[in-house]
Design a protein around this ligand. Structure first.
Ligand code: BEZ
Ligand code: FE
Length: 279
């Protein structure tokens, strides 16, 4: 039993204080956290000044959080933690569409629209027909699948970032598949945009010489009874930021085709089939 704290016995001194009655998972997590945190502190020889800077950074990160803004999730995103948690928790069988980050701009309860409807309500941007099928692992269509979609507008902002400027529910909608599993809707060919970078996380990126941009993408959340929920995006293939997404969300399999159309109702067409894994 280590009674007094020294740099050498620091981990044992802290972890020995946990009660045997504490929740076993909490014990496991805290034990590992203290081990890694102390090893990290020793490895980098953390100075008092750097410790104060870190506390100040976390304090500013907390203070900027509100119902509309979650700077801690943004921090998790730019450190690759969100994608790592997603990868660990969402392994998918071969053939199923891969997942990626949810991001902060999903809004529950978007209007349910008819197949083929337009979601870009502000009349800006290059129009694009999105279409494809929702399938199971055997390639059979899934009926009754709900496809919740959202994207930024042509200026790189989500409607919730510009209340009163963009129409409510601009570039959002939900679509429910019929027996053929098909979906289609008209949106815009999305554009790359910076994640919110006017707070401590943005400042950190700047100091690290990292840009805050995400490559252009359309967000999807697919739910269907008997299948695992899929949160994902499709990416525009020629985007300059594909290889340097600020939040590490790009997966090769999610890069979609965007075909230029002539004499058609939309300027672009992007076909993509989603394959859901069983529950
Ligand atoms: C997004 O794609 O909407 C997003 C994801 C992570 C951080 C910020 C934005
Ligand atoms: Fe996004």
């Amino acid at each position: 039993m280590t009674a007094y704290f020294t740099a050498e016995n620091s981990v044992a001194a802290v972890n020995a204080r946990m009660s045997d009655d504490a929740n076993p998972r909490l014990r496991e997590v805290l034990d590992a956290l203290v081990r890694h945190l102390h090893a990290f502190t020793k490895e980098i020889d953390l100075t008092q000044e750097e410790w104060e800077l870190a506390i100040d950074f976390l304090t500013r990160t907390g203070k900027i959080c509100s119902d509309e803004r979650q700077e801690f999730i943004l921090l998790s995103d730019v450190l690759g933690l969100s994608m790592l948690v997603d990868a660990i928790n969402n392994p998918r069988p071969e053939g199923a569409t891969e997942s990626t980050v949810l991001g902060p701009f999903h809004v529950v309860g978007a209007p349910v629209r008819e197949m083929g409807d337009r979601i870009n309500l502000d009349g800006k941007g290059e129009s694009c027909l999105y279409e494809g099928r929702v399938l199971d692992l055997e390639g059979k269509p899934i009926a009754g699948a709900c496809i919740d979609v959202w994207s930024d507008n042509a200026e790189g902002f989500y409607d919730v970032q510009q209340p009163g400027i963009q129409p409510k529910w601009n570039n959002r909608g939900r679509f429910v598949t019929g027996a053929d599993g098909r979906y289609s809707f008209v949106g815009i060919k999305p554009v790359s945009y910076p994640i919110p970078d006017d707070g401590p996380v943005g400042k950190l990126l700047e100091q690290l010489g990292r840009h805050p941009y995400r490559p252009a993408h359309m967000h999807y959340m697919l739910t269907a009874s008997g299948f695992r929920k899929l949160v994902t995006h499709t990416f525009v293939g020629d985007d300059a930021y594909l290889a340097s997404d600020a939040v590490f969300g790009v997966k090769k399999s999610l890069i979609a085709r965007f075909e230029r159309l002539e004499n058609a109702a939309t300027e672009w067409r992007s076909p993509f089939d989603f394959v859901l894994a069983p529950e």
